[in-house]
Design a protein around this ligand. Structure first.
Ligand code: URA
Length: 208
C-alpha cells in the first residue's frame, strides 16, 4: 500500500515550528498534539458510515453516523504518547494500548519491554502511533506484535519519516496503510532523521 503524505499547509507549518531547536517542551507537546489531531482527521476519512433517523427540533432527518469497527490507539513508548491526546480529542471513545520498545544503542535493534492492550483489540481498527519513523525497526516489530495477537486492521501514523524507515515498514507490512506528514532526506550515522527534529521523546518530556 502506498504511504499517504499529509502535506496540509497547517500540518507543514506546525512541523516547521517543531523542527526549530529553540522550540521548548511545552510548545513542542502542544504542536505534536495538534498535528496528531489533524492527521487523525485525515486518517479517518475512509471510516464507514451508516444512515440513522434522528428527530431534530424541527423534523425527522435521515443522517449518518460512523459504523463498523471501534478504534484503538497504540502509541509506541515513549514518543508515541505525545500523539495520544490529539487523537483522543477527535475520537474520545477509542481505547488506548501501549507498546514499549527500546533501541539497543549499539545494534539499533528494537527490544520489547512493555505491552498492554485493550482486551478486545482483535476486533478493533488499530492506529499505531510514533512521531518518528527512522529505521522502521520499532514500527515493524510493534505491528508484528499486534498481528501475532490476531489484529487485522492496522494503520500507522508518524509525523516525520526517513526513506529507509518507510521502505522497511511498507516492505514488512504491505497491508498496513502508513500516514506520514513529512518525508525527510535520510538517516545519519546515529540513525537520527536528517533534518528531522532531534529526539522526539526527549523534546516532548524535556529530558534533554
Ligand atoms: N527517533 C527520534 O526521536 N528522532 C530521530 O531522528 C530518530 C528516531
Amino acid at each position: 500500500m502506498n504511504p499517504m503524505i499529509m502535506d496540509h499547509p497547517l500540518i507543514q507549518h506546525k512541523i516547521s515550528l517543531l523542527r526549530d531547536k529553540n522550540t521548548g517542551s511545552k510548545e513542542f507537546r502542544e504542536l505534536i498534539s495538534e498535528i496528531a489531531m489533524l492527521m487523525c482527521y485525515e486518517a479517518t476519512r475512509d471510516l464507514p458510515l451508516k444512515e440513522v433517523e434522528i428527530e431534530t427540533p424541527v423534523a425527522m432527518a435521515k443522517t449518518k453516523v460512523i459504523s463498523g469497527r471501534k478504534m484503538a490507539f497504540v502509541p509506541i513508548l515513549r514518543a508515541g504518547l505525545g500523539m495520544v491526546e490529539g487523537m483522543l480529542a477527535l475520537v474520545p471513545a477509542a481505547k488506548v494500548g501501549h507498546i514499549g520498545l527500546y533501541r539497543d544503542p549499539e545494534t539499533f535493534e528494537p527490544h520489547e519491554y512493555y505491552c498492554k492492550l485493550p482486551m478486545d483489540i482483535v476486533s478493533r481498527e488499530v492506529y499505531v502511533l510514533d512521531p518518528m519513523l527512522a529505521t522502521g525497526g520499532s514500527a515493524v516489530d510493534a505491528i508484528q506484535m499486534l498481528k501475532d495477537k490476531g489484529v487485522k486492521h492496522i494503520k500507522f501514523l508518524c509525523v516525520i519519516a526517513a526513506p529507509e524507515g518507510l521502505k522497511a515498514l511498507t516492505e514488512a507490512h504491505p497491508d498496513v496503510q502508513v500516514y506520514c506528514a513529512n518525508l525527510d532526506e535520510k538517516l545519519n550515522e546515529h540513525k537520527y532523521i536528517v533534518p528531522g527534529l532531534g529526539d522526539a521523546g526527549d523534546r516532548i518530556f524535556g529530558t534533554k
